[in-house]
Design a binder for this molecule. Structure first.
Ligand SMILES: C[S@@+](CC[C@H](N)C(=O)[O-])C[C@H]1O[C@@H](n2cnc3c(N)ncnc32)[C@H](O)[C@@H]1O
Length: 298
């Protein structure tokens, strides 16, 4: 129904109640006008801020949207028509999350969209960028739970001698990430596969760097994944990790209570924390803290 038809229908419906509920009708009529005005002003505000965006921001959005359309093999219309999986229940079961959320075409696309302007995603990338100086020529990285592959591609683009392996539990993420790496012309220096962070096929002491960004909270016992990451790291190798605190989403199978609990876990498994940042982010449902850490295997 278009707006004018909707307005006529709405008014007709009010008319049927005028005699019995005159005050309620007046109230709803006024609320209707307020709502419409609010919607118009909010659309204008959003349009205004869009128009004022800097060239860099337009170029950044352009690149990401065009990457998403390529990697997801969809059009803009199909992107907006994608069905958001909403069958997750509160049982927080790994297999359920895997089949109902991760293994959907929607998932890598939605994770990729975060890199347009979702502050926690931009922070992850900034934290990694801040610490890439730790790594020498010919370093080998492992990206655990690489998702859409944005961070994988970013690392590979920083040094032409670096190589990145990695696993994600989701076949759709593998396909999406590989298309992204191919597009950025770095695929030949990567070796991504489907796998589970709790049991990895890599030998001990293989990697100079392990990236485990926003993945360990997706398993019931984050320590299991962290120990696997540690096992694959060479002594003196670095782990770059990010974990949210007090963010009990249905796909998060472990909730950290405080940043201290996160840093204590790193130390407990034998990682020495070198840099630990916490950032608070606002959400509609309340704020949460993201933690970002650089640690070294002793
Ligand atoms: C929030 S996303 C983060 C993606 C990426 N690290 C980033 O920051 O852009 C979490 C990813 O972890 C993956 N994942 C969840 N459980 C996993 C497991 N047990 N083993 C490997 N990957 C897993 C999901 O498929 C998803 O791609």
């Amino acid at each position: 129904m278009h707006y004018p038809e909707f307005e006529v229908t709405f008014e007709a419906r009010l008319q049927t109640h005028t005699d019995a509920y005159p005050h309620a009708v007046e109230y709803h009529r006024a609320r209707f006008n307020q709502t419409i005005q609010y919607l118009f002003s909010s659309i204008l505000e959003q349009t205004d801020s869009l128009i004022q965006q800097s060239e860099t921001s337009w170029a950044h959005t352009e690149e990401i949207v065009s990457d998403i359309l390529y990697c997801g093999e969809i059009t803009v219309e199909q992107l907006f028509a994608l069905e958001i999986p909403n069958q997750l229940t509160a049982d927080r079961d790994f297999e359920a999350v895997k089949t109902k959320l991760y293994e959907t075409k929607y998932y890598p696309i939605s994770e990729h969209l975060n890199y347009i302007s979702f502050p926690p995603a931009l922070e992850r990338k900034a934290f990694i960028s801040k610490h890439l100086d730790c790594f020498k020529e010919k370093s080998r990285f492992c990206d655990l739970g690489f998702g859409p592959g944005v961070l994988t591609a970013f690392i590979l683009q920083q040094n032409a001698s670096w190589q990145v392996g990695g696993v994600d539990v989701n076949q759709h993420c593998l396909h999406h990430a590989q298309r992204l790496l191919e597009r950025k012309i770095v695929l030949d220096r990567s070796e991504l596969s489907v796998g589970d962070v709790r049991s990895l096929h890599y030998p001990d002491d293989t990697f100079d760097g392990v990236i485990a960004v926003e993945v360990l909270e997706h398993i019931p016992y984050p320590k299991t994944g962290l120990l696997e990451a540690l096992r694959m790291l060479k002594p003196g190798g670095y782990a770059i990790t990010a974990l949210p605190v007090q963010l009990p989403l249905l796909m998060h199978l472990y909730d950290f209570d405080s940043p201290d609990e996160v840093s204590a876990l790193y130390e407990k498994v034998g990682l020495k924390v070198i840099d630990f940042e916490t950032k608070e982010f606002q959400r509609q449902a309340g704020s949460f803290i993201d933690t970002f850490a650089l640690s070294v295997k002793l």
